[in-house]
Design a protein around this ligand. Structure first.
Ligand code: F0G
Length: 459
């Protein structure tokens, strides 16, 4: 087997600024130990997110120049609409400025007091939009998805038995949507099988509940189906993606992920009446239905990106580059969520730092340690992001305590990944010296973005 090379050449570069460990110590204090509050220029390798941080292709940049900025009926909109229809097969395509805007519009109509939205795992913005509407979101992840050390092919699957049970318990009239997130970002970037998607379709049809896909990383999910699910080896990625969408009634999408765009998203629907309601809402909050909060050039970049993302050589390199990190971590027994996911590597902070209790946020402690050691920025996906308080004000922790290292698309090279590995391995060797954190400030919703921390008091 030959080395799997990056299937692109570099035409334009951006400098990386270095910092010393002493500078980083000071910068981290100024950022209240929250990597979201660091300035990007003070980060050496930025793995905070794969969202909107990828490199656009020369074709996309050419499309940017072609963007038609007409307020109504822009040519770029029609190219965008046709690219989205080509993949989803859905007739009503509503552009939005990013994924959460699609969620907000959808849950304006599908949320509300007394309603439940069931999912494999809701992403944080999806959950926030659901709760903001007064509805409740319930995660029904399959049992293997909750075991970080256990490897299984489709750890993003929803537990279909639980799904039936919860629908029966809550009453089908109270379940407004079932939404399956592909790949399951908050659960480790793990894929959902076609079999699981089909079963959800059957259950939703039986109970007459709409079935939606959170499609942010649909192409990565399709690639895993091709590689891991019987009967899909000879199918193209686009055919697999089309089959996935054929089972759904609608989808929300952040084009900042699997469309290689820096901004954008859409809501795609089969239901004409819901589409009309959503479009009316769109005009109030985003913009006219043929631009929806985006510039014409952004619509162009998305249309072209959707064509590039389903190319198999790209996906092969993409998934392999993350497996490469995983293999090197295996050699050092560094605990991470197995198998490695589609867009990120998730260090298992609970196993990495067993001496830090969950109420001292091991994922946050690991985030700070990687930044101090090598200027790497990751994001905690654990009790800072998903923790709640009970009536006594005691932390109800998240199921998993993870540090996500999300890999921007087509942005970093193998030597950046080798540097990342050196940093992680060094932190792992010195892990006993790492200390936990306390929260000193937090917002009501999505607290992880702006929370302030201080080192936990020593007992
Ligand atoms: N759904 C999933 C599964 C996501 O991963 C995201 C964003 C969204 C919805 C919301 O999309 O950011 O365009 O509004 N995830 C980013 C991340 C922020 O870092 O994982 P958005």
């Amino acid at each position: 087997m030959r080395t799997i090379i990056e299937p692109f050449r570099i035409k334009s570069v951006e400098p990386i600024h270095s910092t010393t460990p002493e500078q980083r110590k000071e910068l981290l204090i100024q950022a209240h130990y929250n990597p979201f509050l660091l300035k990007a220029k003070d980060v050496i390798i930025d793995l905070l997110t794969d969202s909107g941080t990828g490199a656009m292709s020369s074709e996309q940049w050419a499309g940017i120049m072609r963007g038609d900025e007409s307020y109504a009926g822009s040519e770029s909109f029609y190219r965008f609409e046709s690219a989205v229809k080509n993949i989803t097969g859905m007739p009503f395509i509503i552009p939005v400025h990013q994924g959460r805007a699609a969620e907000h519009i959808l849950f304006t109509f599908k949320g509300g007091e007394g309603k439940y939205i069931l999912s494999n795992t809701l992403f944080d913005t999806t959950r926030a939009n659901i709760e903001f509407s007064g509805a409740q979101g319930l995660d029904l992840l399959c049992p293997e998805g909750k075991l970080p050390a256990v490897s299984a092919p489709f750890k993003g699957n929803i537990d279909t038995q639980k799904l039936r049970q919860v629908i029966e318990e809550k009453g089908k009239e109270n379940i407004s949507v079932v939404i399956v997130t592909v790949t399951n970002n908050s659960g480790g970037g793990q894929p959902v099988s076609m079999e699981n998607i089909k079963m959800v379709r059957d259950i939703c049809s039986h109970y007459e509940i709409p079935f939606f896909i959170d499609a942010c990383r649909f192409a990565e999910n399709a690639y895993f189906i091709k590689k891991r699910e019987v009967g899909y080896q000879d199918k193209t990625i686009i055919d697999i993606a089309r089959e996935m969408f054929s089972y759904a009634d609608g989808c929300t999408m952040s084009a900042k992920k699997d469309a290689f765009a820096n901004i954008g998203g859409f809501l795609a629907l089969n239901d004409a009446k819901l589409a009309e309601q959503c479009r009316n809402q769109l005009v109030i909050t985003e913009g006219f239905p043929t631009y929806g909060g985006l510039a014409g050039r952004d619509l162009e970049a998305i249309a072209i990106g959707l064509g590039e993302i389903v190319q198999e050589d790209y996906l092969h390199y993409r998934i392999r580059s993350i497996e490469y990190i995983a293999e090197k971590l295996d050699a050092e027994n560094v605990p991470y969520l197995k198998p490695s996911g589609g867009h990120a590597l998730y260090l298992d902070a609970k196993a990495f730092l067993p001496h830090i209790p969950v109420h001292e946020y091991p994922g946050q402690a690991l985030a700070a340690a990687l930044y101090l050691e090598g200027g790497i920025r990751g994001v905690e996906i654990g009790s800072v992001m998903f923790g709640k308080y009970d009536q006594q004000g005691k932390l109800v922790p998240a199921t998993l305590e993870l540090l996500r290292l999300a890999i921007p698309r087509r942005t970093y090279t193998q030597s950046h990944m080798d540097y990342l590995l050196e940093v992680i391995i060094n932190v792992y060797r010195n892990r006993k010296q790492i200390k936990g954190f306390e929260i000193t400030y937090e917002a009501e919703y999505l607290r992880h973005f702006t929370a302030h921390f201080k080192p936990a008091a020593q007992k």
